[in-house]
Ligand binder design. Structure first.
Ligand code: FAD
Ligand code: FES
Length: 262
């Protein structure tokens, strides 16, 4: 499997890290696509690769040195804990880019990008393609909103909400979304399931499209194990009832998901 050399693995606020990898994709990466990382180079524990969104694709000609991609991750368990202990010049195996990515806004549509917690990772790459967009970033507290200052420099209108009020307004991203959404909006969202469900419901009420990136646990990442299946909405044929987040997503139009089943 192809190995990427780690250039940096910087600790940010809370338990977040930004990892720069020397890596060139052989194809263009669409915002929202992801990679499967084998964190245990040379070993078997943990056996399965872990999925991560592509936070940034760095163009060496624009001062990125030999960094090719960046991932932003949060330590939540064994795999990400091992990842956080890796140092420059260590290597990790990469599979990707995988999945479909976010579709670009249509002419006249006003993009609103909504990120909950570590959901900011794929939203950041989309931000680079949506100049002038509104980005709504929410989390429990300030430590869970890393790199907000960097995103503010990207020519977008960033609005932050934290549950404890330690950054931005006190409340939820959906509180801000309620004041931003109009009939010309198209919404792109990544974050916890509850947040995505609420965003889908608000989009439906206003009659606009919303694209959600699901972060189901994954084993293979390529449509082989059926471990990431989610139920389709509506009255569909028996053999079409489920869709694979890894190979048919991770981005879906919100109306395609049976939210009650999640
Ligand atoms: C398409 C996709 C893109 C992702 N992008 C990113 C990213 O850019 N940055 C990032 O930090 N994380 C991202 N994730 C989540 C990341 O893959 C998991 O946090 C990681 O696999 C956890 O591995 P672990 O071994 O540390 O934790 P484990 O030991 O496997 O699990 C620790 C705890 O975290 C929970 N958990 C594990 N995976 C998930 C998940 N997907 N969603 C919610 N809870 C989970 C487990 O239930 C358990 O409670 C993404 C997931 C998907 C599917
Ligand atoms: S993770 Fe195996 S089918 Fe999606």
């Amino acid at each position: 499997m192809p190995s990427a050399v780690i250039v940096y693995n910087k600790k940010l606020t809370g338990s977040h890290y930004l990892m720069g990898l020397e890596w060139r994709f052989t194809e263009e990466v669409a915002p929202g696509q992801f990679i499967m990382l084998k964190v245990n180079h040379g070993g078997y524990d943990p056996l399965l690769r872990r999925p991560f969104g592509v936070y940034n694709v760095v163009d060496p000609a624009r001062g990125g040195g030999h960094v090719g991609i960046e991932i932003l991750y949060k330590v939540v368990g064994r795999g990400t804990s091992i990842l956080s202990g890796l140092a420059p010049d260590d290597t990790v195996d990469i599979l990707g880019p995988l999945g479909n990515g976010f579709p670009t806004p249509k002419a006249g549509e006003k993009p609103i990008l909504v990120a909950g917690g570590i959901g900011i990772a794929p939203i950041h790459l989309l931000t680079l393609a949506c100049k002038g967009a509104t980005v709504i970033f929410g989390a429990r507290d300030k430590s869970e909103t890393p790199l907000t200052a960097d995103i503010e420099k990207l020519g977008v209108n960033v609005k932050t909400a934290t549950e404890d009020g330690s950054a931005g307004v006190k409340g939820l991203v959906t509180d801000i979304l309620a004041g931003e959404i109009t009939e010309n909006s198209v919404i792109y969202a990544c974050g916890p399931t509850g947040m995505l469900r609420a965003v889908a419901s608000m989009a439906r009420d206003v009659g606009v499209r919303a694209y959600v990136s699901l972060e189901n646990s994954m084993a293979c990442g390529v449509g082989a194990c059926l471990g990431c299946a989610v139920k389709r909405s509506g009255d569909v044929k028996k053999n079409k009832r489920y869709q694979m987040v890894c190979s048919e997503g991770p981005v879906f139009e919100s109306t395609e998901i049976d939210w009650e089943s999640l």
